[in-house]
Design a protein around this ligand. Sequence first.
Ligand code: OSB
Ligand code: MG
Length: 375
Amino acid sequence: MKIEKIDLYFINMPLVSPFGTSFGVQEERDALILAMHSEGLVGWGECVATNDPGYSYETAVTAWHILEDFLIPSLLGKELEKPEDIQGLMSSVRGHPLAKATLDQAIWDLFAQRDGVSFAQKLAEPYPEGPKERVKVGVSVGTQSSVEKTIEVIQGYVDDGYGRIKLKIKPGHDKELAKAARQNFPDLPIMLDANSAYRLEDAPIFQSMDDLNLLMIEQPLGHEDIYFHSWLKPKIKTPLCLDESIVSSDHARYAINMQACDIINVKPSRVGGWTVAREIHDLCIQNGIRLWVGGMLETGVGRAAQLALASLPGFTLPGDISATARYYHDDIATAFFLNEEDSTITVPQGVGLGIEVDMDRLEAVSSKKAMYVQE
Ligand code: OSB
Ligand code: MG
């Protein structure tokens, strides 16, 4: 397929409720939406880089710059035989995985459409069992003003039908919170996400939570660290999951070889797209590392592609892929709903991403728009 034309939108959408983490509180979300044109088809991508460089060094503004000035010019007019080919064409840019993943998502969508299959089916081609039809999901609960308030928020999501809860923690807001959550919800799968807020010296805090039967603790130590996670892991009983530290398949290899984790949260955006996410999936299956798909408060455009990834056989733990209502009142694409009886979301079955982008809504939330064609 030849990449003929690309449209880029800079969007901003208010979140249903503020999302607090160890690095700040987010009330609205900047993002980029990309439309890639080829053979009369349109492939969609979402760039999850946002307002500030808290989780990743990339922001929506840096991603726009890298896309406009480097990645898009190196792709326009190029002929690709398969979606994987885009990785080589983007290799002259170091880093910036969130910018790269935007294009990677769009090219996978285009090839799936060309072949008349869903994004999930296209991605699952190497696996005889094919993609799952529904994927297990949970909800990520941001930091709240008090423990009581957190318990209330958890209760709300449990009432909605969510079967797995993730709590954001930070120093001073950890043990007491986890204990209260466990007391109030004795049988609920509960996990914690520290977003890199601790140091190895804090091991006793995690040891004190050993008896809470937590599903896992996600990224307790530095965002670039793998080494000290390998020291922390044998000191604690709770399974250790890495998020921020795994930015490529090589990093997954480092973590596996150093025995730094039991579980990896795979965000396709963080690793530069779906091709690399699938490589990490295969590597982890071979090495007994459990997997789930993480989230970045995606709109429906990104969520459809998250669901497709989560449909691969190795993703056995519930993902951070919640229903649209948990994020946005009025999304730019088809809404997703929770199947309450088993805390799953149905993977779109239509061709490509299997969603409808609401162009009026997209224009309405865009502050900037650009169109790129080969000169
Ligand atoms: O660390 O997993 C994270 C959201 C933004 C940035 C980082 C993270 C998150 C979440 C939300 O936990 C997951 C979701 O999209 O529901
Ligand atoms: Mg995380």
